[in-house]
Structures are given as C-alpha cells and as structure tokens.
Design a protein. Structure first.
Length: 54
C-alpha cells in the first residue's frame, strides 16, 4: 500500500526536475518509477477487490 502514496509523488519529482532544468529520469530512476507505479496499481486493485483492507 505504500506504493499508492509514492506513485503520485512522482508528479512533484517531475515538477522539481523541470524547474531545475534537469533530465527527468535517469535509467535507474525509470526502474524505480516502473516498480512504484506497478506496485501502486496492484495495491489499488487489491484494495478494491477486497484482497486487503486498511
């Protein structure tokens, strides 16, 4: 469930990088982004399906 919180924070990360004029994601960060978004989607599906509860 923690990925559900981390994935939307990516918007803040991208905004900060754009303001600094830096490259948005390095190759390693793309891996972390992919894992985070996948985990967030799985967490939301599990929550909606009733597999887990808060």
């Amino acid at each position: 469930m923690s990925f559900v919180v981390y994935a939307p924070a990516t918007v803040l990360f991208v905004t900060a990088r754009r303001e600094q004029g830096r490259r948005l994601f390095s190759p390693g960060e793309l891996v972390v982004l992919t894992v985070s978004v996948t985990g967030a989607v799985l967490g939301l599906v599990a929550l909606v399906a009733g597999w887990i509860s808060l």
